[in-house]
Write a protein of this length. Structure first.
Lengths: 74, 714
């Protein structure tokens, strides 16, 4: 499922990032690369969502979050 | 020697540079763009050092301006040493940039900054092993306590000779990938590609399909290398089942995690820190927005109400005190020369100086927002609201400041992440009705709309906002301002207390840049405009260059309704500053303002004493305004003087007066704003603005006047 639908306060593993070279390089430089685990810090029904990855909080626009495919991680 | 500092945003790089270079720091922009460039030249241990602060970046992809600047600087300018500043509390992500930098095979050392925070939170770290595994020198630093900075500089000076050899051999990627990289290097050699770039770096960029690198290589070698690594790319993608750049970034993170597993021991439990507590409030879905508005109110209030008494003092000091004694000293000169020196040059200098308190206060409060980490939250909180208008969340701050004064608002546009957003915001700012336009509204509404004064003024503010958004929407569709619908992607750094010294250095460096760069433009323009208004010598307002030009130009303004030369002639002084319009009108309408000449009887010592007293009063007043007064003084209307009323109402109708106010609202705000745009964005945007801010007010005034006539509002 896309990260935009992920539940707050839970851990998710990034499976696939849809989108071009540009987006993927920017995301992976911030720690959002395929295979890594993120924690969803806040996810309202609209607006950007916030994840915690590698010790830092990152706000991601909703549209971008729709391109990040995740699965729940335990 | 040249030392370049690079690193992720929010790692304390600025603090390190401020501590090392201090007052030597010069702020400017990278050529042709609005990305801030800080440099400093100083002597360290008998060596002349040129220090360059590269923009904060996460990676070196060619997709953002900051990343391209960093990448080009390292590859083209070949600094003698790259100091990669790293946030020790966030090694995994920070070292990613380090690996990218190391691929470029330039001399590099690492500063593990905020080292005290890492230790305080209970981590155990083996720096020597990290240094050994990466093959680069590492210095633990704590910039705010100035720890480790001497060692850092000592190593930076020797960095070229000591570790150039090691870097090439230490960093190797996963076997299969490295094999393909070597294969490409072999092919590059076979094709006798001679490049100033390292071959291994070229090979990696070919695998990553980096178009910017391909373009640069084509320019350099006049060969198209895009197909050289085709087979390698296919083999890699087949083997890993993923795109090559995903493979590369995972490989890099693999190396980093391998190193950290051996060298970094996490504490058993992490305690909830101040950042978590604050974010619960500042990022709260209900409270976030109101809190943001409260902060904005205080920034606005502190900036404008705090600086106002000081601005008044500088104005009085230059145009009252200094002008009086300069006049006495040059009284032997012919009248026109006295006027040029005092009304042209001195008041031009005074205009520049009077902006210093404003710039200083603005930079100070913006720096607090920026350095404390709140600015990123502001962007997050405002994103929902502003993105519906196609704008970045941070654009809100410059636009709000614009209501106080357009000049600091232009500089505040710096906080936005991308170039086209910055430009677009700077174009919208002049439509925000600043405090200096109020006296014009006061005068005309006082004469024509005495019972609806507040409503009419409010309608002008609203019109400015509407026009700004319409213009922005149109420009967004044109090529130079088109942004790929930029989605928010922003780190929310931990909250940190900015130190006063750090704030002081960055505030002073920026204020100084304003005085030098914008100041020269302003002073020169002032002299030029003095000529237009006052030449030929001893002319009356009617037969000066200005008066004559106004008479010729007046018919052009027929569609707008205010086609009276007395009115049209105030447009040029209005370009200097909107404050001068009312005074200029007094001249063209021949209105005698009651001047009190009592000051002339005082002595130099008395005057000097008075200046000192009024300065200390101004400082007290500034504090009072900021902390002990709730009233917002920027929006106060003053009463129109009686002697204007009869004369103005005899030449204009209310509708024509409204049309003129609209024109003044939308017209070029002042030369200082233009100078600010020049400093930040260069000449082309200034020319564009001048055209835009002439055409739009003309059209809008015409529309309003003509529509009003049809509706019989005249």
């Amino acid at each position: 499922m896309p990260l935009s639908m992920a539940k707050e306060k839970e851990l998710f593993k990034i499976e696939k990032i849809l989108g071009g070279n540009n987006l993927r390089q920017r995301l992976s430089a911030m720690g959002l690369y395929e295979g890594n685990t993120v924690k969803v810090y806040s996810n309202g029904s609209t607006g950007p969502i916030i994840v915690v990855v590698a010790n830092s909080k990152i706000a991601i626009g909703r549209g971008m979050a729709q391109k990040i495919m995740v699965t729940p991680a335990t | 020697m040249n030392i370049a500092f690079t690193g992720n945003p929010n790692v304390g790089k600025t603090a390190i540079i401020n501590a090392i270079a201090g007052s030597k720091l010069k702020v400017g922009n990278w050529p042709g763009v609005t990305v801030e460039k800080k440099t400093a030249t100083f002597i360290y241990k008998e060596k002349e050092i040129t220090l360059t602060d590269l923009p904060g970046v996460y990676s070196l992809s060619p997709y953002t301006l900051e990343e391209r600047i960093t990448r080009d600087f390292i590859l083209e300018e070949k600094p003698d040493c790259i100091v990669n500043v790293i946030d020790s509390t966030n090694l995994e992500r920070n070292l990613y940039l380090t690996l990218l930098l190391m691929e470029m095979e330039k001399p590099i050392i690492l500063a593990f900054n905020m080292f005290d925070e890492l230790k305080k939170s209970g981590y155990k770290i083996d720096i020597e092993t990290i240094s050994e595994m990466l093959g680069v020198n590492i210095v633990p630093t704590t910039a705010i306590k100035k720890e480790g900075l001497d060692t850092l500089m000592d190593l930076a000076i020797e960095c070229k000779s000591s570790n150039q050899k090691t870097i090439k051999y230490k960093l190797r990627y996963e076997g299969f990938l490295e094999h393909e990289i070597e294969d490409i290097i072999k092919k590059l050699k076979e094709n006798s590609i001679n490049s100033k770039y390292p071959l291994r770096w070229i090979a990696i960029k070919l695998i990553e399909k980096d178009e910017y690198a391909l373009k640069k290589l084509k320019e350099e070698t006049s060969k198209d290398l895009s197909s050289l690594a085709k087979e390698n790319i296919m083999r890699i993608e087949e083997r890993f089942g993923e795109d090559t750049e995903a493979v590369l970034s995972q490989t890099r993170y693999g190396i980093i995690n391998g190193i950290l597993k051996k060298t970094l021991k996490k504490p058993h439990k992490t305690n909830i820190n101040i950042t978590e507590k604050l974010d619960k409030i500042f990022l709260n879905r209900l409270l976030g927005l109101p809190i943001f508005f409260v902060f904005m109110y205080f920034v606005f209030k502190f900036t404008f109400d705090g600086s106002a008494p000081l601005i008044d003092w500088i104005d009085g000091f230059i145009n009252g005190y200094l002008a009086k004694y300069v006049q006495q000293a040059i009284s032997f000169c012919p009248n026109w020369l006295q006027s040029l020196l005092i009304d042209g040059t001195l008041s031009g200098v005074g205009l520049v100086l009077s902006f210093i308190p404003l710039m200083f206060f603005l930079y100070f409060f913006l720096a607090i927002l920026e350095e404390s980490g709140y600015m990123a939250r502001a962007a997050f909180v405002m994103d929902r609201l502003m993105s519906s208008l196609g704008l970045n969340g941070k654009a809100f701050i410059p636009l709000i400041l614009g209501f106080g004064c357009n000049v600091p608002a232009i500089y505040a546009a710096r906080a936005l992440e991308n170039e086209s957003d910055r430009k677009l915001t700077a174009i919208m700012v002049p439509f925000m009705s600043c405090g200096a336009r109020l006296p014009i509204y006061s005068l005309f509404t006082g004469v024509f709309f005495i019972h609806y004064q507040a409503l009419i003024v409010l309608s002008l503010y609203a019109l400015g906002i509407v026009v700004a958004f319409i213009v922005a929407m149109f420009l967004r569709k044109t090529k130079p301002f088109k942004a790929e619908k930029t989605q928010l992607l922003l780190e929310l750094p931990p909250y940190r207390f900015p130190t006063l010294k750090m704030l002081w250095i960055s505030v002073w460096a920026r204020t100084r840049a304003f005085i030098i760069k914008a100041g020269t433009v302003i002073a020169l323009t002032m002299v030029l405009l003095w000529g237009v208004i006052n030449l030929p010598p001893n002319s009356t307002p009617q037969n000066s260059i200005l008066g004559k030009t106004a008479r010729v130009a007046t018919p052009l303004f027929a569609p707008t309704g205010f086609d009276r030369w007395e009115i049209v002639a105030t447009i040029i002084p209005g370009m200097i500053a909107k404050e001068t319009v009312v005074g200029a009108l007094a001249q063209t309408l021949n209105i005698q303002e009651d001047k009190n000449n009592e000051a002339n009887n005082t002595t130099f010592i008395e005057d000097t004493k008075e200046q000192i007293v009024s300065l200390s009063n101004a400082i007290v007043e500034s504090f009072k305004n900021m902390f002990f007064s709730i009233k917002q003084q920027t929006f106060e209307l003053e009463d129109a003087q009686d002697n204007y009323k009869t004369k103005i109402s005899s030449i204009l109708t209310p509708l024509q007066a409204y049309s003129f106010m609209v024109f003044m609202l939308l017209f070029i705000p002042c030369i200082v704003t233009l100078a600010a745009i020049y400093q930040e964005f260069g000449l082309s945007l200034v020319l564009f603005e001048m055209a835009l801010l002439t055409i739009i007010p003309y059209i809008t005034s015409t529309l309003i006047y003509q529509m009003g006539k049809i509706l019989n509002l005249n």
